[in-house]
Design a binder for this molecule. Structure first.
Ligand code: PNS
Length: 183
């Protein structure tokens, strides 16, 4: 059985991630999306929220499973009996960081192989960080994230007055999140 792990922060899931997931399901029997539990990064969505969003956005792919992990990725891979890591590479600038991670993972566990996949060209500039920034400033991200993620962004983030996103709020409806500085 071919099992792959697609690890990341997914804060939030973008259409670029979704494109890699769709492509990955064509290559592997089980495709495990693995969310890093790293509260140090001050995420916008909790791990439980991200899990729920990814599950709902991938429910058309029966071989996708959504997990979370803390600690080393290679230890998680051992626990789920997988030896292939999938990472998406958008541009040459991603490569250096990805190379370091892939070689470090190989150093930690010799049988772990990393496979780099390319998203569709229209998503090569999309990142979770930019999506949040553009949305916060009132830009339209509707083509960059799944509709469910867009809804969650609208419910969570304040939007600049006069923004293009269609969300007319100027303050988040979530008092806990309001005004926090997140990446
Ligand atoms: O989406 P991201 O934030 O670029 O994903 C990075 C991730 C989660 C793949 C990476 O930080 C990771 O695997 N962290 C787990 C800790 C670990 O195993 N570190 C050593 C290998 S670099």
């Amino acid at each position: 059985m071919r099992v792959a792990v697609y690890p990341g922060s997914f804060d939030p899931l973008t259409n670029g991630h979704l494109d890699i997931i769709r492509r990955g399901t064509c290559l592997f029997d089980r495709f495990l999306v693995a969310i890093l539990e790293n509260e140090g990064k001050a995420p916008l969505f909790t791990v439980a929220e991200r899990k729920d969003l990814i599950r709902r956005c991938t429910n058309q792919f029966p071989t996708v499973e959504v997990h979370s992990f803390s600690g080393l990725l290679v230890d998680f891979m051992r626990r789920v009996d997988a030896n292939v890591v999938v990472r998406g590479i958008r541009a040459v600038s991603d490569y250096e960081y990805e190379l370091q991670m892939a070689l470090m993972n190989r150093e930690l566990s010799a049988n772990v192989e990393t496979i780099f996949m390319l998203p569709a060209v229209e998503f090569t500039y999309v990142s979770s960080r930019l999506v949040k920034e553009v949305f916060r400033l009132g830009g339209d991200v509707a083509r960059l994230v799944p509709p469910l993620v867009l809804e969650s962004l609208k419910a969570r983030l304040p939007v600049a007055v006069g923004g293009q996103s269609g969300a007319s709020v100027t303050r988040s409806s979530d008092p806990v999140r309001r005004g926090t500085g997140r990446r």
